[in-house]
Design a protein around this ligand. Structure first.
Ligand code: FAD
Length: 473
């Protein structure tokens, strides 16, 4: 009777507590992934995530084959599929990592109950966060709503050491023949026509080994100046680990242990640990506030009169707003499936404040186009940027995109890379072409309204409109 390991958003072999536990039973292992596009109300994956998932599963399959095993990829509703597999194989136990949203937990609880009635042992572990979300509590036993206090309390706890890949695992001999399996290539995860993923293929290689390379690269080249380098949009000053973390090709405990083992790098390593802390806080918030993905955390914003402009939304999505730093960032997202964090804040503020468009429209677009789209991080950050959450960032803090560009893209390299039609402009003209003298634009071959759009909104007026809507609450 085999032990089933159900892989979900933890597509790795090292530091995998569920796999470890299953291996310790001494039973033959059956590793499975279920592609479930059916079960409501869990939200479907966006296009870029589906592309990444394909690569991550292919790598996991290969890694398992290297240990003499295989990965069964099945399609269908999670519960029926897992129950059928358990029944056909007479499984003795099933091992998985806890998921955090209440809908996910409800689904898992249902499956666990059905399995238990068949006398199958269900074993669940914390595998996607540093600590289980119930661990960090306020004095009154509640949960923290503000990152600073959460982080202070979190640091009082020890983070468990990561686990190695278990040795000497035996695998179920006929795993591949048990149920009609889905061929990964037929699972419809990759785009066909149009093939929009060329930029993603050029930028990324999913996989557990690649995740470790990114981490080592970051520690060697960027960590010591991360505290300042992380804000410069044209520089590779961050780790780019986010998609690997989103699919669990690396665990946060592995990152934590690596950074701690390097000793203190002063501000750089502390700031980086705090960013890993923001990820943890996002998951913690999703666990404690399941309404976060769809509802304003602060209910007073329910009365805010958002603008319903499909034209403006589309211009924002396509990087055609006429504000160079915003367009550069939106095009980086479309072409690579990733956007720099500073740029995410700038475009988020522009959408929700200058264009006064609901943060949920922005969250939706990010969810579809980011390779690191994560239910918790995306929604926490959109609520934070919009100022509709309960974190410290207020609604009336409106980023001025040109000042942000002057500060964080000082030489304009980021804008020139992603908005090449402006590449012959310099200095202020590059940051705000609408204020540049005609002759400068002429010499650079720029005609506003023709080769590059005029701004969708006057920045001052947009700001005033947002503040007025806020005051009306
Ligand atoms: P690094 O700077 O190297 O940071 C290391 C890791 O820390 C990241 O990989 C990430 O896991 C975590 N991290 C860093 N900043 C944050 C943050 N603000 N919130 C949560 N975790 C953080 N991140 C996602 O992983 N998925 C999302 O869907 C997502 N949506 C976002 C939406 C908006 C509007 C904003 C402002 C930010 C969003 N972020 C999201 C957070 C952040 O922008 C990315 O995690 C970061 O840019 C990823 O690049 P990196 O791995 O090089 O980050």
């Amino acid at each position: 009777r085999p032990a089933i390991v159900w892989f979900r958003d933890d597509l790795r072999l090292s530091d995998h507590p569920a796999l470890h536990d299953a291996a310790q039973t001494g039973r033959p292992l059956l590793c499975v992934y279920v592609l479930d596009d059916k079960t409501p109300p869990l939200r479907p994956l966006g296009g870029a995530s589906r592309w990444w998932l394909h690569g991550a599963l292919a790598h996991l399959k290969k890694n398992l084959a290297g240990h003499g095993g295989s990965l069964l990829v099945l399609r269908g509703p999670s519960k029926d599929t897992i129950m059928a597999l358990a029944s056909v194989t007479h499984a003795a136990s099933i091992h998985w990592h806890t998921r955090l949203h209440e809908n996910e937990r409800a689904q898992d609880a249902q499956i666990a109950k059905a399995l238990s009635t068949e006398s199958i042992d269900v074993r669940e572990f914390c595998g996607t966060t540093l600590l289980p979300p119930e661990t960090v509590r306020t004095k009154e036993g509640g949960f923290y709503r503000v990152f600073g206090s959460f982080w202070k309390a979190f640091r009082q706890h020890d983070v468990p050491e990561p686990l190695d890949v278990p040795q000497g695992i035996t695998f179920h001999p006929n795993a591949e023949t048990l149920l009609p399996k889905s061929h990964l290539n037929e699972a419809g995860l990759l785009p066909t026509k149009p093939d929009w993923a060329a930029g993603l293929r050029k930028t990324w290689e999913p996989g557990e080994a690649e995740a470790q390379e990114h981490l080592q690269d970051f520690v060697a080249h960027a960590m010591s100046h991360y505290a300042t380098g992380r804000n410069l949009v044209a520089r590779e000053g961050t780790s780019r680990l986010s998609p690997y973390l989103a699919f669990g090709e690396i665990s946060p405990r592995q990152i934590w242990a690596t950074i701690i083992s390097k000793g203190s790098h002063g501000e750089g390593s502390e700031t980086f640990l705090a960013e890993i802390g923001w990820r943890e806080f996002a998951k913690y918030s999703l666990f404690h506030m399941p309404q976060m993905p769809t509802r304003n955390l602060s209910a007073k914003f329910d009365a805010l009169k958002w603008r319903n402009s499909d034209t403006d939304l589309k211009a924002w999505q396509q990087g055609q707003t006429g504000v160079p730093i915003v367009d550069a960032a939106m095009r980086q997202l479309w072409q690579t499936g990733w956007m720099h964090n500073r740029a995410r804040m700038i475009v988020g503020s522009f959408l929700t404040k200058h264009l006064l468009i609901d943060w949920r429209r922005g969250e939706e677009w990010f969810r579809d186009t980011l390779v690191d789209a994560d239910w918790a991080s995306n929604t926490t950050n959109w609520q934070w940027v919009a100022g509709t959450g309960i974190e410290a960032a207020p609604f009336f803090r409106v980023f001025n995109p040109t000042l942000q560009a002057q500060k964080f893209d000082q030489d304009g390299d980021y804008i020139r890379q992603w908005v090449p039609e402006l590449k012959k402009l310099d200095g202020k003209a590059l940051f705000e072409p609408w204020n540049a003298p005609e002759d400068i634009l002429d010499r650079a071959g720029v005609t506003l309204g023709k080769t590059y759009p005029r701004p969708l909104v006057d920045l001052k007026e947009g700001r005033e409109r947002a503040l007025a809507a806020f005051r009306a609450l």
